[in-house]
Design a protein around this ligand. Structure first.
Ligand code: SF4
Length: 290
C-alpha cells in the first residue's frame, strides 16, 4: 500500500439494490464505494478506477449516505413479483463492516430497512471485520440470514500482509465463534487459497479445523484468480516485499496445481465433515450462475 493519504467522501448514490451475476446471489448491496481493507489480491480494485483514477485501492472510501433511503424506495420498485425475491448479498465490491461502518452505520441501517420491509428472501453477509458482531441482535430478527467471515490462514504473517488493513485472522475466528454461539447461521469463505500457505504441511488442516470448531455450517473455498489486472497489482507488491513468493504464485495458474490442491481440500473437508459449497473448490473463470 502506498503512503497516499486516505480520503473519505460522502456521496449520493443513484442505485443501491443491484442485480447480481454471482452464483447463489440475486441482488447485491454495496453501502460503500472502495474498501479500506485494501487487500492486495482484491478482485474489486478495478471498480473504483473510474471515480478514483489516481488513487490506490484501499486509500479511498465513498460513503453512500443515501443508501438506506434509496434501498427503501428500490425494494418497492424492483421487487414487484415473488420471483424477484431471492438472496441479497452484502457486499460484493466492498466490505460492509469495514471500520467506517462504526461511524456511518449504513450496513446496519440497510439491514433495518430490510427488516421493516419484511423481506422474505435470504440475506447473506460476508466480511473480514470483527465489527460484524455488533449487529448480532439485528441478525436474530431475520428469519433467513447467514453471516460469513473470510478467513484465509490461521494468522500467517504474509496472509495478513496481503489483507492490508483487515482484522487479524484469529480475531475473525473469534467473531465467527461468537456469531455461531449466538445462534446465527454462519459460514466461512476460504479464498483465495494463498499459494505460499496452502502447501505448508498441516496448515490447511489447522485452518479448516479452526473454522469447524468456530461453528461454521459450511465453507466456500476458492482458488486464486490471477486476471491480468489482479496479477499486475499483486505482483507489484510481491516484487517489492516478497520476491521469493513470485514463483509459487505464478504456479497457481496451472490446472495441474489446482487439480492437486482440489484433492487435498476435498480430503480434508471429508475428514472434518465440513460441507463444501457447490461441492467444489471454486475457480472464478469457471463460475456460472445456476
Ligand atoms: S475486504 Fe474484500 S472488498 Fe475489501 S479489499 Fe479485501 S477483498 Fe477487496
Amino acid at each position: 500500500m502506498s503512503k497516499q493519504k486516505f480520503t473519505i467522501k460522502e456521496i449520493s448514490s443513484k442505485s443501491i439494490l443491484q442485480k447480481s451475476g454471482l452464483p447463489d446471489v440475486d441482488w447485491v448491496i454495496n453501502p460503500y464505494g472502495g474498501c479500506r481493507f485494501g487487500c492486495k489480491y482484491c478482485y474489486a480494485a478495478f471498480v473504483g478506477k473510474f471515480r478514483h483514477p489516481d488513487e490506490e485501492w484501499g486509500n479511498y472510501v465513498d460513503i453512500k449516505t443515501n443508501a438506506p433511503e434509496l434501498l427503501k424506495a428500490e425494494l418497492t420498485k424492483k421487487l414487484k413479483k415473488s420471483s424477484d425475491i431471492g438472496t441479497i448479498f452484502l457486499s460484493s465490491v466492498t466490505d460492509p463492516y469495514q471500520g467506517l461502518e462504526a461511524k456511518y452505520q449504513l450496513t446496519k441501517k440497510c439491514l433495518q430497512v430490510l427488516l421493516d420491509f419484511n423481506y422474505q428472501g435470504k440475506v447473506s453477509i460476508l466480511t473480514k471485520s470483527t465489527l460484524v458482531t455488533r449487529d448480532i441482535q439485528l441478525f436474530k430478527q431475520f428469519h433467513n440470514i447467514e453471516v460469513g467471515l473470510t478467513i484465509t490462514s490461521t494468522g500467517d504473517p504474509i496472509a495478513e500482509y496481503l489483507e492490508t488493513y483487515a482484522a487479524p485472522h484469529q480475531s475473525r475466528l473469534t467473531a465467527l465463534a461468537e456469531l455461531s454461539q449466538a445462534g446465527i447461521s454462519t459460514y466461512t469463505f476460504v479464498g483465495p487459497l494463498l499459494p505460499h500457505f496452502v502447501w505448508q504441511e498441516g496448515q490447511m488442516k489447522k485452518l479448516l479445523q479452526a473454522i469447524k470448531a468456530a461453528g461454521a455450517k459450511y465453507v466456500y473455498v476458492e482458488h486464486l484468480n490471477l486476471t491480468p489486472t489482479i496479477k499486475k497489482r499483486l505482483f507489484e507488491f510481491l516484487e517489492k516485499d516478497h520476491p521469493e513468493l513470485l514463483e509459487k504464485f505464478t504456479q497457481s495458474t496451472q490446472p495441474e496445481y489446482r487439480d492437486k490442491l482440489d484433492k487435498i481440500i476435498h480430503q480434508l473437508l471429508k475428514e472434518l465433515q465440513l460441507p463444501l459449497a457447490h461441492e467444489q473448490v471454486l475457480y472464478h473463470r469457471n463460475l456460472k450462475k445456476s
